[in-house]
Design a protein around this ligand. Structure first.
Ligand code: DGT
Ligand code: CA
Ligand code: CA
Length: 364
């Protein structure tokens, strides 16, 4: 494969940073985003935490109770329930910006993507570095978010590079520096190498990627089989031919609001729903989209979620279709509603472009 330049971009402490974007006052406090289980109280796990909370030892996946005890001496520490529609919204806005920087854009997940920028950078690391800096700046200005970018000749090295300096990092590894960049890193820094594999190497007194390079391919084969050992052998040398494959997120637009009061009154909720639909419809038109699926979401008084959605017969951009469907879903959802609703959301998905529709008759 001829020389490429590839970015890996990863948003910093993503869910927690989204909460900081919504409420700037959180920026100076430890913030933990929690996924509460339905058992109530503090049962559940930490999805992520900002870097202030991490200083106190809070980690993704940790029980909420542990995180609270680590932070018990910090009155400002804030624990928030995860608000996935809001994080998706921010992710979509950021991805819209990012994809314009790529020759080939590969969406990996809500906070992560690969970009092949070989053409856009004219194969120059100087131009590529400038491009990455520009991208970071644009995301900072328009989304108010920091991210970390790794730049190298392949996906593997760029992925390692993006997590090399976090948050707000930019790590450029030119091909001639790839091995010296990788050598001192831990074997566990190679994507896909988990705790168990790392432990196996550790028992052989192998810790760094440089140590791994001293293991011959036959030994690796015996330990892991052909496929994995080939991957490890190449990874340790910064070799990876995997192409950046065009992949777009399945886009949806959503709005969610916290109601003035917790309620399950259908008239009150319908009024709010109406406003949310107006707001959401504005976004749909702005992006010149049609939708085929409509959903509503309740965040209930205990922060648990309830969702309902419906597929329409045909794609539409009509606000009447949006409002009518959302209202039907609301009425259905309220039939057996026990708890009050704290937050109310509407989303549309199965989107298609309004432009480029072959015939106007499709609309009517
Ligand atoms: P970082 O290290 O600055 O990239 O921090 P994050 O929080 O962005 O970490 P990352 O990139 O591994 O994960 C992106 C998001 O995925 C994160 O904000 C929350 C979610 N997530 C990560 N780990 C877990 C986990 O163990 N459980 C759950 N439920 N969600 C997780
Ligand atoms: Ca991240
Ligand atoms: Ca990530």
């Amino acid at each position: 494969m001829s020389e490429r330049i590839v970015f890996h971009i990863d948003f910093d402490y993503f869910y927690a940073q989204c909460e900081e974007i919504r409420d700037q006052a959180l920026k100076t406090k430890p913030v933990c985003v929690c996924i509460f289980s339905d058992r109530g109280g503090d049962s559940g796990a930490i999805a992520t935490a900002n870097y202030i909370a991490r200083k106190y030892g809070v980690k993704s996946g940790m029980p909420i109770k542990f995180a609270k005890s680590r932070l018990h001496q910090v009155p400002a520490a804030t624990f928030l329930g995860a608000d996935f529609p809001f994080y998706s919204d921010i992710s979509e806005k950021a991805m819209e910006i990012i994809k314009d920087y790529a020759d080939i854009f590969e969406y990996v997940g809500k906070d992560e993507a690969y970009l092949d920028v070989t053409k856009k950078s004219e194969k120059s690391y100087q131009i590529a570095t400038h491009l990455a800096q520009q991208l970071k700046n644009q995301i900072r200005h328009e989304i108010k978010m920091t991210c970390s970018i790794g730049v190298s000749a392949n996906k593997l090295t760029s992925k390692i590079a993006s997590s090399f300096r976090k948050p707000d990092g930019l790590t450029v590894v030119e091909p001639q520096n790839a091995e010296s960049f990788l050598n001192p890193l831990k074997i566990g820094d190679i994507p896909g190498v988990g705790k168990i594999t790392e432990e196996k190497f550790s028992e052989m007194n192998l810790k760094t990627i440089e140590d791994l390079k001293n293991v011959d391919i036959f030994t690796l084969n015996k330990m892991f089989g052909r496929k994995i050992s080939a991957y490890l052998y190449n990874a340790a040398r910064g070799v990876d031919d995997e192409p950046v494959a065009q992949r777009a997120p399945s886009i949806q637009y959503s709005r969610i609001v916290t109601l003035k009061k917790d309620s399950k009154d259908s008239e009150f909720l319908a009024e709010n729903l109406n406003e949310i639909c107006d707001d959401l419809h504005y976004t749909i038109l702005q992006h010149k989209k049609m939708f085929k699926s409509v959903g509503i979401q309740f965040v209930q008084s205990d922060l648990s979620n309830k969702t309902k959605s419906r597929m329409l017969k045909n794609p539409t951009f009509a606000i009447e279709d949006l409002k009518k469907t959302a209202l039907v879903l609301l009425e259905e959802a309220l039939v057996d509603q026990v708890m009050d609703v704290r937050r109310l959301g509407v989303k549309v998905s199965e989107l298609s472009d309004l432009e480029g529709q072959s015939s106007i008759t499709n609309f009517f």
